[in-house]
Each structure stands twice: as structure tokens, then as C-alpha cells.
Design a binder for this molecule. Structure first.
Ligand code: 5AD
Ligand code: SF4
Length: 417
């Protein structure tokens, strides 16, 4: 999501006549688009921002902007005024559209600007898309779920869906421009439409998007298991949908899921997985896990570990629970010591690596509809490279690829006509 926001910021600045550079030394303006989902991300952002101090001494005209969710927190760990002294402009998540105006103001009076006001209306910004084949499209902003560990609802506000017609128009233009993957974005895409006073639902949106003509596929993230409806599952088998689904489970223990306020239990999660696999047997499923949530006993952790073994995810993103100020879990009893959290996350990641190796062997002799991204590389819907035995000129085209051999972790395949 942050990547797409950065793409929007780039468009805004290019429209003001600026040019993008990756070198700090060449820049007149340096923008930090921050994330505060975990303490690690926040610390990293802060230390990168502080590294600009010396550059600022050398280049007095340099303008440093800090935006994104880090400064939007009620009690940020790094105070925009006291701690982030090097920043000239600090913006929250609601007011990126004001950046141009603020830069102009700062150039004139050189007075630090901090604006983290919550603007109600969403101003949809155009983006310069970095990827040649994938285009991100926001469909819903904010989150109403209040998982007890998560800071997002506090820094991104309540759910606001974009109008279906606007999304369809945007996607039609992107497909005409040649994008091959359209990735729909939202903290919980399944909630799409609930706040609109019309018939819009996520399933209807997907069905309408599938009707758009052209050689492209649709992805989405992120999906909350409590809201993944049968109607959405039915659309997943459409040829325009990627054979991949990210469905964060967070924990395999009902006790922890309850403490997390996830509003589903393990049985419900498992029933969704089996429905999805029944509808789309070759679908690649990935997930997010949090280990060491307050109160997580060895037994709770074992339930999560067993789930990983049972589902055999194609990808597991496992995170150590990180206390986020202002969230309910922050003050819960029985915080788990760091050493244990670290052991648990490593155990999950090791098991997952072993599963991925076994899964790789199952690719053999199977056929995947892939996008050819280089003369000798095809990409599966789940983001896995297959090296082509013979080079092709059909770059940017979807082709069926049969996996013929496996050397180490590398897959080799052939185009199937
Ligand atoms: N600590 C650790 N992981 C977190 N996530 C969200 N909040 C936290 C937190 N406080 C993880 C969840 C979510 C992913 C985007 O980040 O697994 O799905
Ligand atoms: Fe955070 Fe996602 Fe839960 Fe919303 S649904 S509170 S974004 S983890």
C-alpha cells in the first residue's frame, strides 16, 4: 500500500516539474513515506531520516519531508517536532494531496510545517506507476476491525470505499495502457462497499472487473477471513483472477484469535480454505502470522505451528508481536519475552522453508499460466519465476508453461502451445 502511495507522491511532484532521483546528494527534496505497523519499521524509518542531518548541513536548501502513518499516531514514539528535527514538512496519512501547496509555502517562509489533521474527504491522486506490468488500485481506505495488536485503524481512520464506477474506469484505462496485473488494495478489501449507499460489494466489483476486455489478471490484498464471502470465493475461479490468495490467519489458537479480536475461529478459517481450494484447486495460498501475542503459551504456539504444517502455505510472513502504543494489546498482561518470541518465529520460518522445498517438487510436470517477463523468465501468479529452456520474444504475454525440471530451488519450463 505504501508503495502505491509513494507512486502517487511521485506523480504529484513530477506534475510540479520535479524529477525523481534515488541519490540523496542530487535531491532538492527528500521524502520519507513511513510505516509504523511494527516498532522495527518505525525505528528503521527514524534512523534513515536522522542520517540526513549531515546532508542538510552541506546543503542548506534541502527540504526533508516525512509523511505516512508514523507521524499520524496519537502518541508517536518519535515526536515530529521534538525528535524529527531534521524534517521541514511533516504530513499525516490524510493530507498527502496538500504536499505541493506545503512545499511552495515552505520555500517562501522556511518555517517547519506539521499537518496531521484528519480530512474527511478522500482526494484520489494520480500515480506514476513504477512497475511495468503491475498497477495498484486503491478500492477502500481505512479499517473498522480494530484487531487488538494493530495501529492501522488509528492512523488510517474508518473504512471509505471508492465508487465502483471510478474504480472500473481506472482499471479500464490501465488495461488499455497495457498493464497485465491489476492489484486491488485495501486493509480489508472484503469490506468494500459496506459504507456506500448502494448495492456495491467486493464480489460484484470483482465480477464487473472480470468483464473488462483484455489480456490481464486481477489480484487483491488484503482479505480478512471473517468477511471472505461465498460470492467472492465463486468469482475466484474466473480466468481473470490470479491463482493466488493472501489470507492472513495471524494465529492457530482460538484463545489468541479471540484476544486479537479477529472475530473468527480456527474452524471457520479452515472451512474457508477448503472452500477456496475446492473452487480453485491449484490456488497458491499465503498468510501472515504473529507470534508472541500477549498470553500466547507454548500450547497456543503449537496450534499455530500445526496449522502451518496442515495448510502448507506457499508463503508465510511471520512477524514477532510488536507493542503499538494506543492499541489494547499493548497493555495486556502476560507479554511474551523477546527470546521466546524469537525462537517461535524462527521455528515457524524453518518449518515453512522445509514445506516450500517439498512444494517445489510438486511443481514438476504441472502447467501454470504465467506472464513472460524476460526472454527466458516466466512469472507464476504466486510470484515464482520459471526459467525457460528456450528464449521467447513474447514478452508481456500470458502463456501456459509446463515445468519440466527442478534444479535446487530453480524451476525450468517450456511454453505449451
Ligand atoms: N506486531 C506484529 N505484527 C503486526 N502486524 C500488524 N500489527 C502488528 C503488530 N503490532 C502484522 C499482521 C498483519 C501484517 C500486515 O502485519 O500480521 O497482517
Ligand atoms: Fe489491522 Fe488488518 Fe486488523 Fe485492520 S483488519 S485492524 S488493518 S490487522
Amino acid at each position: 500500500m505504501n508503495v502505491h502511495e509513494s507512486e502517487k507522491i511521485c506523480r504529484l511532484l513530477e506534475d510540479m516539474g520535479m524529477q525523481k532521483t534515488d541519490k540523496n546528494d542530487d535531491a532538492d527534496v527528500v521524502i520519507f513515506n513511513t510505516c509504523c505497523i511494527r516498532e522495527g519499521a518505525e525505528n528503521r524509518a527514524f534512523s534513515n531520516i536522522m542520517k540526513l542531518k549531515s546532508l542538510k548541513i552541506r546543503n542548506k536548501d534541502l527540504i526533508v519531508v516525512v509523511c505516512g502513518c508514523m507521524p499520524q499516531q496519537k502518541n508517536p514514539k518519535y515526536d515530529p517536532i521534538k525528535d524529527i528535527k531534521v524534517a521541514d514538512i511533516v504530513l499525516g496519512t490524510y493530507n498527502t494531496h496538500l504536499l505541493g501547496e506545503m512545499l511552495k509555502r515552505f520555500v517562501i517562509d522556511r518555517k517547519k510545517i506539521v499537518d496531521t489533521n484528519e480530512y474527511i474527504e478522500n482526494i484520489e491522486l494520480d500515480a506514476i506507476r513504477d512497475d511495468k506490468y503491475n498497477a495498484y488500485v486503491n478500492i477502500i481506505y481505512g479499517c473498522n476491525n480494530f484487531c487488538t495488536y494493530c495501529v492501522v485503524p488509528y492512523v488510517r481512520g474508518r473504512e471509505r470505499s471508492r465508487k465502483m464506477g471510478d474504480i472500473l474506469n481506472e482499471v479500464k484505462i490501465l488495461v488499455a495502457q497495457g498493464y497485465k496485473y491489476i492489484t486491488l488494495l485495501g486493509q480489508n478489501v472484503n469490506s468494500y462497499g459496506k459504507d456506500l449507499n448502494d448495492e456495491s460489494t467486493f464480489a460484484i466489483l470483482l465480477a464487473n472487473l472480470c468483464e473488462i476486455e483484455g489480456d490481464f489478471k486481477i489480484k487483491f490484498m488484503t482479505s480478512h477471513p471473517k468477511d471472505l464471502s461465498d460470492d467472492v470465493i465463486n468469482v475466484l475461479s474466473n480466468k481473470k483472477m490470479v491463482r493466488a490468495l493472501h489470507l492472513p490467519v495471524q494465529s492457530g489458537s482460538d484463545k489468541i484469535l479471540k484476544l486479537m479480536n479477529r472475530k473468527y475461529d480456527l474452524n471457520h478459517y479452515l472451512s474457508i480454505i477448503s472452500k477456496v481450494r475446492k473452487a480453485v484447486p491449484d490456488i497458491a495460498i499465503s498468510t501472515d502470522i504473529i507470534v508472541g501475542f500477549p498470553g500466547e503459551t507454548e500450547e497456543d504456539f503449537e496450534s499455530t505451528f500445526d496449522l502451518i504444517k496442515k495448510i502448507k502455505y506457499n508463503q508465510v510472513f511471520a512477524y514477532i508481536y510488536s507493542k503499538r502504543s494506543g492499541t489494547p494489546a499493548c497493555n495486556m498482561a502476560d507479554q511474551v519475552p523477546y527470546k521466546i518470541k524469537n525462537e517461535r518465529v524462527n521455528k515457524i520460518l524453518n518449518e515453512h522453508r522445509a514445506i516450500v522445498e517439498i512444494l517445489s517438487t510438486q511443481y514438476l510436470n504441472k502447467t501454470f499460466n504465467c506472464l513472460i517477463i524476460k526472454p527466458n523468465v516466466a512469472l507464476t501468479d504466486a510470484g515464482k519465476d520459471i526459467l525457460l529452456k528456450e528464449k521467447t520474444k513474447q514478452i508481456g504475454v500470458f502463456k501456459n508453461i509446463e515445468v519440466k525440471s527442478l534444479v535446487g530451488k530453480t524451476l525450468f519450463g517450456e511454453i505449451k502451445e
